[in-house]
Design a protein around this ligand. Structure first.
Ligand code: GZL
Length: 331
């Protein structure tokens, strides 16, 4: 009896110590064993990519507002699109012993080491928006974000439909997102899959504009000089598409007519350009992930297991649909 009691006592001490060792709260097994924390004692660390686009700004605002409304403390960092800054922020959250870490990986690769440090500290990690290429999916609890390949396919399908009756070659410039980022890789893949079915479509040039308006303008200016007879620009986000509009107009051409434009995101400035006829089609990519992220944090705190992959719902917009939708857009 004494032996069993002794073991039981040791067990309780170990569980308690484990709870303290991972920052006094820590998520994962120790957290669950200690039972859920009161919401106002939860602390979440969020490592954001940066503020490179209207989408990112809307994403940050929504996440911050969602955690404020939920009464959960959110520690927030802006990595200015640099992976080393995101890694530093994640390490800082580990040191602070937060209950959950969430982040949007600026690129897919190079995360295993820091994610293993979070795992060793018993702090659960949630991926939002973008994916990592880790082979070990135990390194994160859940991945909440869009299906970027599907977004690329939707953009490609609009192009196929738009030129269905044309037998002439269709020359395309692609403005890629940040090199190595999941949305850039996948939106290119989905688009190529669809237009590749007909060899009249040719991507004559493809270059990164880093998801920024300035990058989109600068790259389009250069590529238009080398490809003056291009028919369409496919931009991986609205901001680069808006930069392309500036470059097209500076070249004395009419965006949306002389050169058609297809983009992804559907932020307000993009939707306004769509309604004005300067963009021809937009595939929506919702930045409103805050409420779902709060739900995931609450599930972890309650010792529940969130879904491993949660795909955000989103649609597409034509010029006519943009006119209708603009008054009600949240971002
Ligand atoms: C997509 C997101 C992308 C947006 C860009 O989920 O990662 O990053 O499409 C943003 O506007 O910069």
């Amino acid at each position: 009896m004494k032996k069993i009691f002794g073991l039981a006592t040791a067990g309780v001490i170990l569980l308690t110590l484990a709870g303290c060792a991972s920052g006094g709260s820590g998520g994962g097994d120790a957290g669950a064993a200690a039972g859920p924390k009161p919401t106002d004692e939860l602390v979440v660390g969020f490592a954001q990519v940066g503020a490179e686009s209207g989408w990112r700004t809307a994403n940050t605002t929504d996440i911050q507002n969602s955690f404020k409304d939920a009464g959960i403390e959110l520690k927030f960092s802006d990595a200015q699109q640099k992976q080393e800054n995101q890694i530093k922020a994640i390490r800082s959250y580990i040191q602070q012993g937060v209950d959950v870490i969430a982040f949007s990986p600026v690129v897919e690769t190079g995360w295993d080491a820091v994610l293993n440090e979070a795992k060793a500290a018993n702090i659960p990690v949630v991926l939002t928006d973008r994916a990592v290429d880790s082979q070990d999916d135990s390194l994160y609890v859940s991945f909440l974000g869009s299906d970027f390949i599907e977004e690329g396919k939707k953009a490609g399908q609009w192009v196929v439909d738009e030129y269905a009756d044309s037998t002439d070659p269709v020359k395309i410039i692609q403005l890629e997102g940040t090199t190595g980022a999941a949305p850039a890789i996948d939106r290119a893949e989905g688009f190529a899959d669809v237009i590749g079915a007909d060899d009249k479509f040719e991507i004559v040039a493809s270059q990164t504009g880093d998801f920024t308006r300035a990058g989109g303008k600068q790259v389009t200016e250069a590529l238009l000089k080398a490809n003056p007879d291009v028919d369409l620009i496919y931009a991986h986000n609205d901001d680069m598409g808006l930069g392309a509009i500036e470059a097209i107009e500076a070249a004395g051409l009419v965006p949306g007519e002389d050169i058609k434009i297809v983009t992804v995101d559907a932020v307000k400035d993009g939707m306004q350009a769509l309604a004005d006829g300067k963009i021809n089609f937009i595939v929506e990519c919702s930045p409103l992930l805050g409420k779902q992220l709060v739900d995931i944090v609450n599930q972890i705190n309650e010792g529940e297991t969130p879904e491993k992959r949660i795909i955000t719902e989103e649609t597409t917009f034509t010029q006519e649909q943009a006119v209708e939708a603009l008054p009600d857009r949240q971002y």
